[in-house]
Write a protein that binds this ligand. Sequence first.
Ligand SMILES: Nc1ncnc2c1ncn2[C@@H]1O[C@H](COP(=O)(O)OP(=O)(O)OP(=O)(O)O)[C@@H](O)[C@H]1O
Length: 593
Amino acid sequence: MKELAFLNKYIYRYGFRLTLGIIFMIISNIFAIAPAQVVRYALDLVVDTLKTQTLLEGAELHSVFIDDFFKTVLLYGAVIVSMALLRGIFLFLVRQTIIVMSRLIEFDLKNDIFEHYQKLTLSFYRRNNTGDLMARISEDVSKVRMYLGPAIMYSINMVISFILTIGIMLSINVHLTFWALFPLPLLSISIYFVNNVINKKSELIQQQLSSMSTFVQEAFSGIRVIKAFVREKESLSQFTDNATEYQNRQLELAKVNSMFYPLMLFLIGLSTILTVYVGGIEVEKGTITPGVIAEFIMYVTLLTWPVTSLGWVTSIVQRAAASQKRINEFLNETPEIVSTSDEVQEIKGNLKFENVSLVYPDSGIKALDDLSFEIESGKTLAILGTTGSGKSTVASLISRLYDPTSGKILVDNKDLKSYNLHDIRSQINMAPQDVFLFSNTLRNNIAFAKENATEAEIVEATKNAGLWENIQHMEHGLDTIVGERGITLSGGQKQRTTIARAILGSPKILVLDDSLSAVDTKTENQILNNLQNVMHNKTSVIISHRVSSAKLADKIIVLHEGKIIEQGTHDELLNLEGHYNTLYEQQSKGNNL
Ligand SMILES: Nc1ncnc2c1ncn2[C@@H]1O[C@H](COP(=O)(O)OP(=O)(O)OP(=O)(O)O)[C@@H](O)[C@H]1O
């Protein structure tokens, strides 16, 4: 339960609303209890009048007496209706304060979690799957909200109505109070147990629902593969199995739910019968008037919901505590890559790796082994190598998505770690190997790199990335929606969109990670030539499998198993007659060059 203490700071933030809510709750309870006393007066008046009017029958005063009686009963009726109205108004205000408070906290909490998620490093995202991240920010926060809203509201209501109602009942007749309330704790305990069963069943339904959603999402995003391999029937039958399981779990829940209300009604009915029976005996003894029985029945009805909510609230609080524990686990994660300086500083773009090694923390794979190289500002470095040789790892290190396990990366002869993280990342742009586009317009996907980018800048970037001509043929031009992850674009178009995005921000260091693999050599040459102008006086790092992407570079390094096996210019490497030369020969034969 200590997990929920984390939420106290949010509750203090909205303390004023909560206090107002408590005041409204007290007032609404007064208006709920008072009509019971009016009913007692009215009922006793009816009983007395019935007795008296038989004595006055035939007398002159009889009609005046009856008139007065009806007026008084009407007055009582009007008082009861007004009180019910006022109670309704104050209940509305209670919800407007306490439930609104819970929604505001839910909003703050979601924002705080999201902000924290964004600070966490890539290894955190490797360790935890997206579904889990989403569940904690949505379902878990919703469960916590149930504690902050309904649970707090009903707990306060329970305390207030217990004190007020039971206090009045005891002041009228202790014996009758005992018997009227006797079945209520049973109601509370049984609701607690039934509710726990309901929660367990609901969780199973939730799990099944999320497995169904994952299945459906995958089936739709992989529709091309399903169709190409003619697996529609199998896909449908898997879906039907999933849906049947979901239906069975729903039916089981419905069974438990249908026990809930009869049980509640039985115990309330028992209370009423006991009140009438014991109350009748007390009336005979002359200790109470008949009106008190009606008054007590109303009190029992009033107490039904608070007693019911006791069991319900207990299970909400337990669930909220479990959810908050899960949320806290992520909130307590500290980002491994942090800013060590606030200083904003414009870099030139000199880049130096000094004996850099990297062991991926989650897989233990040594991706880079004692890597050293240097590239001066304004020059182009090409990195070639076999697959899995560590090329993308170099790109991730330059953007400081990971820190080296040993060794140093220097930018302008200063340790990359000593720069302000946000500032340095904004000066280094990367077009990653696994292209990611948002389901938005081409314009917004490209402008993502730079706040307030002008139309001219966007057009210029698309021209330099060799994408402009394609855009001209699109009906909506830059306003074309690219679909989820850019599904409406070809592989080459997607790559060039990410290149446009990377060069738009005029970075001091540009890293293209295998971004030209899906374009033909003519377009590749055109883009490389454009880059020479765009990246004039700035540093470019081009990662590729193709010699054609590397040959214009000022320096080329060839990686193998995390180590540099060859380095030099295109001509120097050809003369070495090593790996680069072999690659060149092979790719020349395929007319790639
Ligand atoms: N995020 C990661 N977590 C754990 N291991 C990783 C991660 N990324 C890469 N690796 C491992 O590190 C090694 C180097 O991978 P890297 O992606 O840098 O190679 P690459 O040269 O870019 O390969 P490719 O040409 O196929 O893109 C590989 O063995 C890979 O399995």
